[in-house]
Design a protein around this ligand. Structure first.
Ligand code: ADP
Ligand code: ASP
Ligand code: MG
Length: 438
């Protein structure tokens, strides 16, 4: 029995939805289908979810979303018409617009793309639509209640042979809609797969699986045949958006395999994601390269920092007070650095620097913005000498300055910080250096 999730790239318009229908109807073991909101039809297009957030923002400013809602109206009417499904689209759109205009948080608005997308696909397939509002449960802080959700999914879906369920959202105990973070339909799919004890969780997208690098940066990267949950988490957390980094947690303890597949090339085997490292691909030195832009590094230097008990705790408590998490914390004898996402520092930087000065009185305090991180990931790196050398030589040959180096203690990754202007060049240099070796 398979549980399938189709992403926004697969649900973008009637043409792509018909491909989805072919995939589902081509294999009757595909019982429970989780869908995203319609995504981009072209690289310049707008995702329905982004358009829905824009509606909410217009309501905050204007009290209604008359302008922004036109995009939603047009997209869904076109899909319904082109597919010829029997849905009262006037009533649906009217209810959604009124709901957005009456809500105080963006979650309801954001969730409606998945809601309507699932209703339309259910009508086309003649499957039951089951609202994720009743299945996926969050606490007041917006944290997923996994076991409660698993029980609810199982109780409901066990009564149905086939069903379509919207991804990305659920509800809390006050009956407010709550969403996961962006790309969260991958998590919804994993919850349904685990609850229904699926043999496999198929995650359908627009590329031939998890690729060794971002196809928008590297030309024609190869597909990774098989990777472990941990490698997936490293690569996706570091920027490979093809899967949400939290999507492995619902399936982790039971080791349910995930198969990333291409809706537009269904014959391709795609990528298998498995729990055990032994099952993962054994031949390559590195499994993949990913990365992200938009980081700042705060360097703190103080003589005898190593013997000053509580130094790091005092610095970190400043971040805790400001509600900021950090990505990396490389340190030397008398230095420590904090790598933080720019978005977390917005409007807070000067205050944080001032607090660091007051709290630990550093000899030197510097900030460098415009940092990007590149992660080289793979279980096999731990058993091979010279991996780091290959990375550093590739960057040096490409005349790229390394601003930071961090290697996880599991030796599953090497992370380097480079100036953002060198980011794409760095990914390509590393990718080609390993392609030559493997
Ligand atoms: P979906 O709408 O199916 O959820 P996403 O847009 O979230 O799809 O993710 C798929 C996209 O992720 C691909 O089109 C690709 O451009 C991008 N991507 C970035 N890094 C990778 C990678 N390492 N492997 C595959 N795709 C990647
Ligand atoms: N539609 C949501 C987003 O764009 C969730 C998803 O696609 O997984 O983030
Ligand atoms: Mg996605």
């Amino acid at each position: 029995m398979k549980v399938c999730k189709f992403g926004g790239t697969s649900m973008a318009n009637a043409r792509t939805i018909l491909k989805v229908v072919d995939v589902i109807e081509g294999d009757l073991s595909r019982h429970y289908i989780v869908v995203s909101a319609p995504g981009k039809r072209t690289p310049e297009d707008v995702k329905v979810t982004d358009a829905l957030y824009a509606c909410f923002n217009e309501v905050k400013k204007m009290g209604n979303c008359n302008e922004s809602f036109k995009v939603i109206d047009r997209r869904f009417r076109e899909i319904v018409q082109d597919l010829g499904v029997d849905i009262d689209i006037d009533a649906e759109l009217e209810e959604i617009k009124a709901g957005i205009e009456g809500s105080t948080t963006p979650d309801y608005a954001a969730s409606r793309g998945e809601y309507l997308s699932a209703k339309i696909l259910a009508a086309r397939l003649n499957y039951e639509f089951v609202d994720a509002f009743d299945l996926i449960k969050f606490n007041e802080k917006g944290e997923l209640l996994l076991h409660y959700s698993l029980d609810r999914v199982k109780a409901k879906l066990s009564t149905l042979q086939y069903a379509v369920i919207p991804g990305f959202y659920g509800s809390d105990s006050h009956d407010n809609v709550r969403t996961f973070s962006r790309g969260g339909s991958d998590i919804s799919g994993a919850i349904v797969a685990r609850a229904m004890k699926a043999d496999i969780y198929e995650n359908w997208t627009d590329v031939d699986g998890f690729l060794t690098a971002d196809p928008r940066i590297v030309e024609n990267p190869t597909t990774i045949n098989c990777l472990s949950y941990k490698e997936l988490r490293e690569l996706s957390y570091m920027g490979a958006e093809v899967m949400h980094p939290e999507s492995i947690f619902p399936v982790y303890s039971v080791g349910l395999p995930i198969n990333i597949k291409n809706t537009f090339n269904p014959a391709h085997p795609g990528t298998m994601i498995v729990k055990s490292v032994d099952q993962a691909d054994g031949s390559n030195i590195i499994t993949g390269v990913s990365g992200q832009k938009g980081l700042t590094i705060i360097n703190i230097e103080k003589n005898l920092m190593n013997s000053e008990v509580g130094f790091v705790r005092r610095v970190l408590s400043i971040l805790e007070y400001e509600g900021i998490s950090f990505e990396h914390l490389p340190s030397g004898i008398d230095t420590m650095s904090l790598v933080i996402r720019d978005e977390y520092l917005n409007g807070k930087m000067q205050r944080i620097l001032q607090k660091i000065k007051e709290s630990v009185n550093p000899d030197n305090l510097e900030i460098h913005s415009g940092l990007s991180l590149v992660a080289i990931v793979g279980h096999n790196m731990a058993f091979r000498q010279g991996t780091a050398a290959t990375v550093f030589k590739a960057l040096s040959d490409a005349h790229i300055n390394i601003r930071m180096i961090d290697q996880g203690s599991s030796e599953l990754n090497i992370i380097v910080g480079v100036d953002t202007c060198d980011y794409e060049k760095a990914i390509n240099a590393i990718y080609y250096a390993f392609t030559k070796e493997q």
